[in-house]
Design a protein around this ligand. Structure first.
Ligand SMILES: C[S@@+](CC[C@H](N)C(=O)[O-])C[C@H]1O[C@@H](n2cnc3c(N)ncnc32)[C@H](O)[C@@H]1O
Length: 375
């Protein structure tokens, strides 16, 4: 292998690249990787549309079919569907069989091996996660400006976020909240007997309503500073006829309850706080002496080097840059970011006054760590 003579370094100082380790092959591999990323990120956007429009669900239930048949079954415009199918064929999501005769239509079939990953309502449907890629693309230009000016974008700049987040966390909660997550926190007997529970940063409130339905003797309050979120929570509670779930618009940094709750939960809503230490302090104060704090937050390391092997590490730093860190910085906040990491998270929970903090994992939810803390 020969070292490249292209001008890869222009500065006066010696760089690591000057050590002669950069070969022509390595440069070619780098370029090929970038082209792969161009294709894969394009596939991500197409697949996100496949999820949003229901195309994947429709195709999961169809045999090999023409673009007209697929568009008809999905109630969509055939020309768009055919172009989308082209991208899905080249991305190897969909198998294409050309017609045997000229002018006849070829057929498309969703790769059966991908059906569980792109269709259905359950946690296995990872196409749901690709909506975050669309969301990041929508704000990319404005976030790039923040690299110069500092600050961030407010929650109002992400009109689809609550819906995407609710569908993401909802799939995990439907599958595991009552059967696995609450047992992890060791609270099920007390929930059955009847206790006071708060969920901070409750979003659209599905977790609160699920718990309220499962434990009718307990009383649940969901707090969020988003009016839309609180209205969504109340609407679902009404629809389900729940008399033990209430929702309140409140900034968690201003929560001023003293020993009012036996269990406080926070699902993925501490790392994007403007003032996370204040919120954790308020939670500690709001818990009764024998109460439990369950904080669910991203499972990653506080040390970037440890995250290189994390399969979704890049996604986490991206969603942080484009949303979670940004919404905190927009409020002149700490900007912890999505990847604040388990080490920092644990130390901040302890610093808020909790005497014991256990960090647990759940097979069904590889993205999150489960912190169970007691006074
Ligand atoms: C990432 S979402 C999580 C929502 C929900 N817990 C879930 O798992 O779907 C974070 C939520 O926290 C809310 N939030 C952020 N900071 C808040 C604060 N200081 N007080 C109240 N709610 C806050 C946001 O409005 C948003 O609904």
């Amino acid at each position: 292998m020969t070292t490249t003579d292209t001008n890869l370094h222009t500065g006066a100082g010696k760089t690591a690249w000057d050590d002669g380790l950069v070969t022509e092959d390595a440069v070619e591999a780098g370029a090929a990787r970038l082209l792969g990323i161009l294709n894969d990120s394009s596939a991500a956007l197409l697949a996100s549309v496949g999820h949003q429009t229901g195309l994947f669900d429709v195709m999961a239930g169809l045999p090999a079919a023409t673009s007209e048949q697929i568009a008809d079954a999905a109630g969509l415009n055939e020309r768009y569907v055919r172009e989308w199918l082209g991208g899905m064929v080249t991305a190897r999501f969909v198998e294409y069989r050309p017609a045997r005769y000229p002018h006849a239509a070829g057929t498309y079939r969703l790769d059966p091996a991908l059906v569980p990953s792109v269709s259905g309502p359950g946690v296995d449907n990872l196409a749901r996660m690709l909506q975050y890629v669309t969301l990041m693309g929508e704000v990319a230009g404005r976030i790039a400006q923040k690299f110069r000016t500092g600050g961030g974008l407010g929650y109002g700049d992400y009109p689809d976020f609550m819906h995407i987040q609710a569908s993401d966390s909802g799939s995990v909660h439907d599958a595991s909240l009552v059967s696995a997550i609450l047992p992890l926190a060791g609270c099920v007997d007390r929930l059955r007997a009847g206790i006071d529970v708060a969920d901070i940063g409750c979003g659209a409130g599905h977790a609160v309503n699920l718990m309220a339905g499962a434990f009718p003797a307990s009383r649940f309050t969901g707090y969020d500073f988003s009016e839309d979120a609180v209205l969504a929570g109340r609407a679902e509670a009404r629809r389900l006829g729940l008399g033990n779930a209430r929702f309140e618009i409140l900034d968690a940094a201003a929560l001023d309850v003293v020993e009012g709750f036996d269990l406080i939960t926070v699902f993925d809503a501490v790392h994007d706080q403007a003032r996370p230490a204040q919120v954790l302090h308020n939670i500690h104060q709001a818990l009764r002496p024998d109460g439990t704090f369950l904080m669910v937050d991203i499972k990653a390391s506080s040390n970037v080097a440890d995250n290189v092997g994390l399969p979704w590490g890049t996604f986490l730093y991206a969603i942080s840059t484009f949303h979670c860190m940004s919404v905190s910085l927009a409020q002149d906040g700490d900007g912890l970011g999505t990847v604040w990491g388990v080490q920092l998270a644990e130390s901040m929970v302890r610093a808020a006054g909790f005497g014991t903090v256990e960090v647990k994992e759940l097979d069904e939810d590889p993205f999150n760590a489960y912190f169970v803390a007691r006074k």
